[in-house]
Design a protein around this ligand. Structure first.
Ligand code: PMP
Length: 354
């Protein structure tokens, strides 16, 4: 039976990426070695690192004023690294609280400076993106979570601000076209739209660094990794290689514009069924609906259990909502083929509970 993988992350990757990645484990490009046993200083692996960085810049239209890093520690380490590298004691960072991940990011800031939460949708279980707020003039940076993996909400427009704009794009990086040059820093754990777990992409505008007085431990200083092209210490070569394969695949699809058009079609198919089918309803505010994580609920707990069992019996995997919200979440990242969404929609249409 074919399994349709709707997991939120680690998540589906393009089939061609998996095939290439498997080959590289056996024998990397006929070098006669597995990529898993090759030095990160070898010319082949240095080329992997270089190409991955340059493809990120190409896809996002960024120039030499930005650096692209592949770090470890997950997106969760960026929650504190951002504040540690950008915020002086006594300076203020502003955050929008749109879910568990932004809440975790907010928690780290007070170790380094002052944090102000400009708005939060917590009282409505984070089912929308707050819109009515302004950034104070003294904010050093403004942090947003562009896509809220658990709740299925996504910024449709990014805020304009005089401060440095920082985004956690873990669950929607490379899913749509946007002006990356409006951001001072973007970070994203790889394991949703880019590759396997084990590396975190960081894109940073060089001029925002070097403005804090504190001593930053070497490994936690972005400048260390910029100087050494993400190889100050041994980088997670294999996850980065798989990211490179995905980046090549993305380019082959026609880049972000083409991928966005496809993502919109895929999401529309599923949302249309959710809105039409009396057994289901969407849980995120319609105007903030995510193209990546489609959240919905059944009309009763009995129907929820029955539909989940029906999905499992038919090879639809990873569709159970996050434990903190329940219901369903269909994660439909870039690599999710239209056929799998059609398959799910078909199940929804054929669902005839007692
Ligand atoms: N931010 C967002 C938006 C996420 O969805 C996640 C993981 N699900 C994280 C941060 C945490 O990422 P990591 O596990 O790589 O630390």
């Amino acid at each position: 039976m074919k399994i349709h993988n709707f997991s939120a992350g680690p998540a589906i990757l393009p089939q061609v990426v998996l095939e290439e990645a498997a080959k590289a484990v056996e024998n990397y490009e006929n070098v006669g070695l597995s990529i898993l046993e090759m030095s990160h200083r070898s010319k082949e692996i240095v080329a992997v690192m270089d190409e991955a960085q340059s493809l990120v810049k190409q896809l996002l239209n960024l120039g030499d004023d930005y650096s692209v890093l592949f770090l470890t520690g997950g997106a969760s380490s960026q929650f504190f690294m951002v504040a540690m590298n950008l915020l002086n004691e006594g300076e203020k960072a502003c955050y929008l609280d749109t879910g568990v991940w932004s809440t975790k990011a907010i928690k780290e800031v007070s170790n380094f400076g002052t944090v102000e939460v400009l708005a939060s949708s917590k009282e409505d279980n984070f089912n929308y993106i707050p819109k009515d707020w302004t950034t104070p003039a003294d904010a050093k940076y403004l942090h947003i979570t562009s896509n809220n993996t658990i709740y299925g909400t996504q910024y449709q427009n990014f805020p304009t601000t005089e401060s440095i704009l920082v985004a956690d794009m873990s669950s929607d990086i490379f899913s749509r076209e946007f002006d990356a040059s409006q951001f001072g820093l973007i970070y994203a754990g790889a394991q949703k739209n880019l590759g396997p777990a084990g590396t975190t992409l960081v894109i940073v505008r060089n001029d925002i660094l070097g403005t804090v007085n504190r001593a930053i431990p070497t490994m936690l200083d972005y400048r260390t990794h910029i100087k050494k092209a993400s190889a100050f210490n041994t980088p997670p070569v294999y996850p980065i290689y798989v990211c490179l394969l995905t980046l090549r695949w993305l380019q082959g699809q026609g880049g972000l514009k083409a991928v966005e058009a496809m993502n919109k079609k895929k999401a529309a198919l599923l949302y249309d069924e959710i809105d039409r089918n009396p057994f289901f309803k969407g849980t995120a505010a319609v105007e903030d609906r995510s193209l990546m994580n489609v959240t919905f609920a059944a009309d009763s707990p009995a129907h929820e259990a029955a539909f989940l069992a029906y999905c499992t019996a038919n090879g639809v995997s990873g569709i159970k909502g996050h434990r903190s919200v329940g219901g369903f979440r269909a994660s439909i990242y870039n690599a999710m083929p239209m056929e799998s969404i059609e398959f799910l929609v078909n199940l929804m249409q054929n669902f005839k509970p007692e």
